[in-house]
Design a protein around this ligand. Structure first.
Ligand code: COA
Length: 329
């Protein structure tokens, strides 16, 4: 069967107004702006206000992406949300978003692939678009990580922030920003590397578990670090091999840690201006990080000289999961 080409029609993002700086954190745990900046490149992150939730950010980002695509919500054929911080365990946040945006009765579902959520969502969307199942799919990556971060754990609370980013993929892309290749995978051997223990079917919440903060996020940062550097290099090379006719234009990596991105960049022997970075302002926003960076990269002219070139987006995260997208820009 011939594949129907498709590409990015529109993008959008939404971040909370509330800013949490490194200095703010140093009043909460034993850390400093100097340590966080040197070890992660993060200066501040956004924190969702009380009373607002993941879907609020998703609806804002999704609406912007649909408008940017020049479409009406009724043109969307599927809503895929990558998140590990949905509004509720039941029902799917994507259904709430679909309704709030004014979409038709179309498939809408959440998908937990950690920081790879947007890449996984895009890979799923590609199967429906390539085979003609739908003409337009809204893929959102969003998190309210502040709701599961332990703000007494200095090894993890410095890293994360809240945000949502969205992209509308469609067949009416006119040959631009075409998603040509993608790859997703996982290794459950790393199931415990990043996790929240309590609150699911394995350990339903009890007062004792809540008191012990067992519902909060735990990460083994050192292990993620090595895994992430190697994966980023491997994923970029994979997309280059899948698109041998294209010259590499730029990379939108998961905003995991500036040092991780820098190490991978050096191994790939690429100049700084080829890699989009905004981790200093948002920290690691997990599934939201790539679509937020994508939207900002478009707004700030990052892609200006990349028409017809290869753009790679790559992510890795809890699961462990990983994946990459290769675009002809
Ligand atoms: C978490 C991370 C920043 C830690 O950086 P690191 O260079 O690996 O630091 P280490 O964990 O080896 O800790 C070094 C020292 O700093 C201390 N430290 C840890 N966090 C600190 C903080 N916020 N402030 C000050 N000191 C801190 C440690 O206690 C340790 O002290 P010790 O040497 O006396 O034992 C880094 O490993 C990372 O970014 N990993 C990726 C994690 C991630 O983003 N995962 C999300 C999903 S992809």
């Amino acid at each position: 069967m011939t594949q129907k080409p498709f590409g990015i029609l529109g993008t959008g993002s939404a971040v909370p107004d509330r800013v949490l700086t490194n200095d703010d954190l140093s009043k909460m745990v034993d850390t400093s702006d100097a340590w966080i900046t040197k070890r992660t490149g993060i200066k501040e992150r956004r924190i969702l206000e009380e009373g607002r939730t993941t879907s609020d950010l998703c609806i804002e980002a999704g609406r912007k992406a649909i408008e940017d695509a020049g479409l009406d919500p009724s043109d969307i054929g599927m809503v895929v949300l990558g998140t590990v911080t949905p509004d509720r365990q039941v029902s799917a946040t994507a259904c709430k978003i679909q309704h709030a945006l004014g979409c038709r009765d179309i498939p809408a579902f959440d998908m937990a692939a950690g920081c790879s959520g947007f890449v996984y969502g895009s890979a799923i969307a590609s199967r429906f678009l390539w085979t003609g199942g739908h003409d337009n799919v809204l893929v959102i990556g969003a998190e309210a990580l502040s709701r599961i971060v332990n703000y007494e754990d200095r090894t993890s609370c410095i890293l994360f922030g809240d945000a949502a980013g969205a992209a509308v993929y469609g067949t009416g892309h006119g040959g631009r920003r075409e998603l040509r290749s993608n790859y997703i995978s996982a290794s459950g051997e790393g199931y415990d590397v990043m996790h929240t223990l309590a609150g699911g079917a394995e350990q339903p919440l009890t007062h004792e578990l809540l008191d012990a903060k067992q519902n909060k996020l735990v990460i083994r940062g050192r292990e993620v670090y090595k895994f992430a550097v190697n994966k980023m290099v491997e994923l970029v090379k994979r997309e280059m091999e899948a698109n041998p006719d294209l010259e590499l234009g730029g990379i939108i990596p998961h905003q995991v840690n500036m040092r991780i991105i820098e190490s991978a960049r050096e191994k790939l022997d690429l100049p700084e201006e080829r890699i989009f970075v905004n981790i200093d302002r948002y920290g690691n926003t997990s599934a939201a990080s790539i679509p937020v960076a994508l939207h900002e990269a478009r707004e700030t002219g990052f892609f200006e000289d990349m028409e017809g070139k290869l753009v790679v987006m790559c992510a890795f995260g809890a699961g462990l999961t990983w994946g990459s997208l290769g675009f002809r820009w």
